[in-house]
Design a protein around this ligand. Structure first.
Ligand SMILES: C[S@@+](CC[C@H](N)C(=O)[O-])C[C@H]1O[C@@H](n2cnc3c(N)ncnc32)[C@H](O)[C@@H]1O
Length: 359
């Protein structure tokens, strides 16, 4: 991708990336904008590679997508009294920041409770400043890292970012670079991705490396692969909260109802985890069903909460989990199908966590 990126029209893959961004931000904002009374001091949103606001055709980029979503929620009763929202737009190119300021002023004017800072810095300077702001206050943070290339979330920055409280992030990364220059020291020192198989899986390998660095089942890393020609790029989503992963997955499955994970047939040659011969080609969902069944049989998954969290880590949203549990009930693997949505399991009230098998 070139640095004249914004002078031309966005390609289909960029539009897809922005669609996933829009879907997620529209899920994320109301959660925190509705929490003003619950002691949240502020909401920080960082878009550190923000661009000028639109492409050569006038299609909106990430900053205007964000402000449009905020302005919608400011008009809704439940979210109108949000904690103050601080937005940080940064791009290394001055003309882009100047163009963005103008677009924001003409499109949105003044938005109540919203404060926007613009900076024209190198990301290397903008990132530590963002971290200092994000860790200071009793805040909810969201960071969008829409880089060209692979360096922005190297292993050190990744550890810093994932140690912050109440912080979700979305990072775009040119994963093919790891496939082509896998063992090159200048690449491996940023992120030591282990290539496990086909080039079309490389973005999953990147997600795997990030998971390895955390080594925690309480953190969620969710990849979405985007192919353009022979290159694979993608988004990686990160959150320490199951609701964050739940909401990102909902957008992914809207865009890709087969795997929730790619704009191409990423699982074209899936194999059953237990090597069963079948006339039917296993899909991500059938493979997940087999894995879940094994976990239930081995009593590693006992309740609806266990099943929900296991599904999230496998990239399966609760709507799909529920359908699979009904199938498992017919097959007598479970005896009941309790609610498996986030609000059923973690919401207020009694008896939210229920066993799947009552004997
Ligand atoms: C992929 S574009 C971001 C697009 C933007 N999210 C949008 O929706 O329009 C990457 C942006 O990062 C900027 N950029 C490139 N290198 C940078 C750096 N080292 N520091 C800050 N910004 C940089 C470019 O000027 C470009 O606008």
């Amino acid at each position: 991708m070139s640095s004249d990126f914004h002078k031309e029209a966005f390609d289909e893959q960029t539009k897809l990336k922005l669609q996933l961004y829009r879907l997620y931000i529209r899920e994320w904002l109301p959660v925190f904008m509705a929490q003003a009374e619950q002691g949240l001091d502020r909401i920080n949103i960082f878009d550190l590679f923000c661009g000028p606001g639109s492409d050569g055709d006038g299609t909106w980029g990430s900053p205007l997508i964000l402000l449009e979503a905020i302005s919608i929620y400011l008009r809704k009763r439940q979210t109108a009294h949000t904690a103050p929202i601080y937005i940080y737009f940064n791009d290394s190119k001055k003309w882009k920041i100047d163009a963005l300021k103008e677009s924001v002023a003409t499109t949105f004017g003044e938005l109540p409770r919203i404060s926007i800072s613009y900076s024209c810095s190198e990301y290397d300077d903008a990132f530590p400043k963002a971290m200092t702001i994000a860790e200071q206050n009793n805040s909810a943070n969201f960071l969008f890292v829409d880089q060209f290339g692979i360096s922005a979330l190297d292993e050190m920055r990744f550890k810093e970012l994932t140690s912050l409280k109440r912080t979700d992030w979305l990072c775009f990364i040119s994963s093919s670079t790891f496939s082509r220059f896998n063992n090159h020291p200048s690449i491996a020192c940023k992120l030591a991705v282990e290539k496990t198989g086909k080039w079309s899986n490389i973005h999953r390998d990147v997600a795997c490396r990030y998971r390895e660095l955390l080594n925690s089942s309480d953190y969620y890393i969710v990849p979405f692969s985007i192919k353009k020609g022979s290159n694979v790029y993608g988004l990686i989503f990160g959150s320490g909260h199951p609701l964050g992963a739940d909401k990102f997955l909902r957008g992914c499955w809207k865009v890709d109802p087969i795997t929730g994970e790619a704009n191409y047939n990423i699982d074209g040659d899936l194999k059953s985890p237990h090597g069963h011969l079948s006339f039917f080609k296993p899909t991500k969902l059938t493979v997940f069903k087999e894995k879940l069944c094994k976990k239930i049989t081995e009593k590693e998954v006992v309740t609806n909460k266990d099943a929900y969290l296991f599904a999230l880590h496998q990239g399966i949203p609760s709507a799909e989990l529920k359908k699979i549990l009904y199938e498992l009930k017919k097959e007598k693997v479970v005896t009941q199908v309790p609610g498996v949505s986030y609000s059923t399991i973690f919401g207020k009230g009694k008896n939210k966590i229920v066993p799947l098998l009552v004997v």
